[in-house]
Design a protein around this ligand. Structure first.
Ligand code: HEC
Length: 457
């Protein structure tokens, strides 16, 4: 993946000149960067917690590290820095590669450094459990939404979200949505219409029905977009993938919840590492009565893609058989999409927006993605670059320094797809044939959507 000979040399010197060993050098890194998922009962297919477990896997471990596929951190180097980055640092990578190069010696257990004490987790104020246990029925991937009634009777702000998977070996990712009280019955009806706990959903919190009424005029669609109605009354609360440390939201910020709202929890179950059993995961939230700056998770996309209306940017066509298709949305301050955050947060029309956390969302044909802010003078601030998209690992990145989007900036979102026969999803054990694809909520539709956790200045 990357070669950094100078750093490798420095790291070797740091090992005292001798050959790196498992106990003295590799184990602390593997414990911190791999065993978080590679442990008994967790999402990864085999454990890597001790010498007996690591030794037989060292060949594929080296392969996956050199290929850059493990740890499965999605954001590429050289774009921005992230607080929740769980990839290997260049130093850690070169220590491990030097250890493989030295034929992975064991060393002596007494040379293992004292483990670094883990920081205490942030306190949770409210735990919400899925109302019913659900056993995945589709293999290997089952996407299931369950509705949780928001229990508080006063307005409150969510200041942190953490998923507590019940069956760690099955839960691949989780996305949380809030539903406005006014739209709650639509979601309750979706739940009631399907047998078993919750309902089938994919990508978003709906079962895939279009949100735009037949025959709507352009003006009506524009108004729906401005009022957030294209999201079906849903707001993003956050997403979670295994391995990513759940950070609280940025200091002093939070997402508003009102009495009567719903929380929809979308679970992505994957049965490659474990047989399906009943899962009843929970979500832990930290709360505040008030926050210094209200935040909003802004879903950003090209309105033309969602509506199919030419005047709004046209459709997001991904023709069957084409291996390199891309689309870009370039949105300036006057766009109704960015305007949506200002409306939701009660900010003036010419207000700056400050982005702290960036999510990128495509479906299964996606190959790469990029988000950036292009400034008036032509310079650019890269927010996130994903070179090798994997639907299963779509966590949000927490920017180490928030990025401000001013009224003279243009925000750009790009996505790339491969719709050739070589890159088709496997659904219920069947590899699909390429077909013409466009925007949609379904498993075989595509999306190019970002979620920006923003506040006013
Ligand atoms: C965030 C969780 C997570 C972390 C951290 C992680 N792995 Fe994995 N690993 C997985 C999962 C899940 C799989 C199964 C394949 C998949 O879903 O991508 C896997 C598969 C593998 C495989 C099988 C080959 C492959 O690429 O599918 C190897 C080897 C591997 N991991 C090595 C490592 C090493 C070495 C580290 C640390 C440097 C590491 N993993 C860190 C979750 C993780």
């Amino acid at each position: 993946m990357r070669s950094r000979p100078l750093l490798a040399l420095l790291a070797l010197t740091a090992c005292g000149g001798g050959k790196p060993t498992y106990y003295a050098d590799a184990k602390p890194i593997i414990d911190a960067r791999c065993a978080t998922c590679h442990q008994e009962g967790d999402i990864a297919p085999f454990p890597l917690t001790n010498w007996e477990e690591v030794e037989p896997q060292r060949g594929i471990m080296e392969f996956s590290i050199r290929a850059g596929t493990m740890p499965p951190w999605q954001a590429a180097d050289g774009c921005n820095d992230y607080e929740n980055d769980f990839s290997l640092t260049p130093e850690e990578e070169s220590v491990l590669l030097a250890w493989f190069d030295a034929d992975a010696p064991m060393g002596k257990p007494e040379h293992e450094p004292e483990p670094v004490e883990a920081a205490a987790p942030w306190p949770a104020d409210l735990s919400l459990q899925l109302p019913e246990a659900y056993t995945p029925t589709r293999e290997p991937d089952d996407y299931r939404c369950q509705i949780i009634e928001w229990p508080l009777e006063e307005e409150a702000f969510i200041t942190g979200v953490r998923v507590q998977p019940d069956q760690r070996a099955l839960v691949h990712h989780t996305i949380l949505f809030a539903i406005d009280a006014a739209d709650a019955d639509t979601y309750r009806a979706m739940d009631a219409a399907e047998e078993g706990p919750g309902y089938t959903c994919f990508g978003g919190p709906t079962s895939g029905e279009g949100m735009i009424p037949e025959g709507a005029t352009l003006q009506e669609i524009l108004e729906m977009a401005q009022n957030g109605e294209l999201e079906g009354g849903s707001r993003w609360l956050g997403s979670w993938v295994p391995g990513a440390e759940a950070l609280p939201f940025p200091e002093g910020t939070g997402l508003r919840m009102r009495p009567g709202d719903l929380v929809v929890v979308q679970m992505h179950y994957n049965t490659l590492s474990a047989a399906p059993v009943a899962d009843q995961s929970s979500v832990e939230l930290s709360l505040a009565d008030a926050v210094a700056k209200e935040a909003y998770v802004l879903p950003v996309t090209n309105p033309g893609w969602v509506t199919g209306v030419e005047a709004l940017g046209g459709t997001m066509d991904i023709p069957a058989g084409e291996s390199d298709v891309s689309h870009t949305a370039a949105l300036d301050a006057s766009s109704m999409v960015l305007g949506r955050a200002r409306t939701a947060l009660g900010l003036p029309e010419d207000s700056d927006l400050v982005a702290y956390t960036v999510g990128h969302h495509m479906h299964q044909l996606g190959t790469w993605g990029r988000q950036s802010v292009v400034h008036e003078d032509g310079t650019e601030t890269c927010m996130v670059q994903i070179d090798d998209w994997d639907f299963a690992w779509q966590g949000a990145v927490h920017l180490s320094q928030p990025v401000t989007i001013t009224p003279t900036d243009t925000y750009e979102l790009s996505c790339g797809w491969d719709n050739s026969a070589e890159n088709q999803p496997v659904i219920d054990g069947q590899v699909l044939d390429p077909q013409d694809v466009t925007w949609g909520e379904g498993t075989t539709d595509e999306m190019c959507l970002s979620t920006l956790y923003v506040t006013g200045p």
